[in-house]
Design a binder for this molecule. Structure first.
Ligand code: C2E
Ligand code: CA
Ligand code: CA
Ligand code: CA
Length: 278
């Protein structure tokens, strides 16, 4: 037929016009990134406000692309999730993070808890519990030193979620709700689920000082968590004033640039005492 455009070209036009190509290229590159050691983890300290000590770290993934340079997890984690690559990448993150805290312990740092972010696809992964258990055995990390972070949005699938979490909890690890306060779910899961910790989202912490309603919300979340016997971590502390408010509200643990950005393991080890004494 004269004038008919081959399907292949139409498809090409379609993905071009929808901005899909960048994503497909990145997805393809992400496949190689694991094998080529382009992925690494940084760790951000969590500070106990009562003692002033670093009691834990959150592991955060980084990608140094050979040509494009630094690509933020906000860009490539969604691609990993859509493509299923999050399964091997997530396993690599968990193993690397557990191995690292064990290594710090061997090198004389006080025992630390490591928080690892879990994606929805991982939570519903068939062999998740076996995988986590294998990593704990392989790295010889005590289960109580591992915390998995899930987000409030994952609680929407409540039944599947409860089963997955129960099985995980039997390993002796703990579970935190990340970005708490930003989801739209009902709070009932807090009493039904095996949650140990709430992480107050940065957006609330950053409104301390400028917005009294958000200040009240932060205080309310902390007090609610206490009633439910949950730990609280406030994220994204940048200002001394925010810290003062959180201390006055009896927040237990904080994490944010005021103390340290996420940094590479060697740097964290070298600056451990300095970060604590800030
Ligand atoms: P998140 O889990 O909420 O992680 C906290 C984010 O806030 C991190 O961004 C961290 O660098 C940043 N942050 C910490 N303190 C401050 C502060 O004081 N001020 C400001 N402005 N930011 C602060 P990052 O590293 O870019 O990670 C973004 C998101 O990507 C994470 O949000 C998490 O959802 C996801 N992510 C990161 N690593 C992993 C991973 O290994 N697995 C999965 N599934 N997701 C990950
Ligand atoms: Ca997190
Ligand atoms: Ca968060
Ligand atoms: Ca977040």
């Amino acid at each position: 037929e004269a004038g008919k455009i081959p399907a292949r070209i139409l498809y090409y036009e379609l993905i071009m016009s929808s901005g899909m190509t960048d994503k497909l290229i990145l997805e393809n590159d992400l496949h190689k990134a694991l094998d080529n050691d382009e992925l690494f983890l940084e760790y951000q300290p969590q500070i106990d406000l009562q003692t002033g000590r670093i009691t834990g770290v959150e592991a955060l993934i980084r990608w140094q692309h050979p040509e494009k340079g630094w690509i933020s997890p906000g860009t490539f984690i969604p691609i990993a999730e859509e493509s299923g690559l999050i399964i091997p990448i997530g396993q690599w993150v968990l193993e690397t993070a557990c191995y690292q805290v064990k290594l710090w312990e061997k090198e004389g740092l006080p025992p630390l808890k490591v928080a690892v972010n879990l994606s929805l696809g991982q939570l519903f992964q068939q062999d998740l519990v076996e995988m986590v258990q294998e990593v704990l055995v392989k790295t010889e990390l005590e289960p109580q030193c591992l915390q998995l972070e899930i987000t409030e949005s994952m609680t929407i699938n409540i039944d599947q979620m409860t089963t997955a979490l129960r099985n995980l909890k039997e390993l002796g690890i703990t579970i935190a709700i990340d970005d708490f306060g930003t989801g739209y779910s009902s709070l009932s899961y807090l009493k039904d689920f095996s949650i140990d910790c709430l992480k107050i989202d940065r957006s609330f912490v950053q409104k301390i000082q400028s917005n009294s309603t958000d200040e009240a919300l932060v205080a309310m979340i902390i007090s609610m968590a206490k009633h439910l016997q949950l730990n609280v971590v406030a994220e994204g502390i940048e200002e001394v004033e925010q810290l003062a408010y959180l201390m006055a509200s009896n927040c237990e643990t904080v994490q944010g640039y005021l103390f340290s950005k996420p940094i590479q393991p060697k740097l964290l080890q070298e600056n451990f005492h300095e970060i604590q004494n800030n």
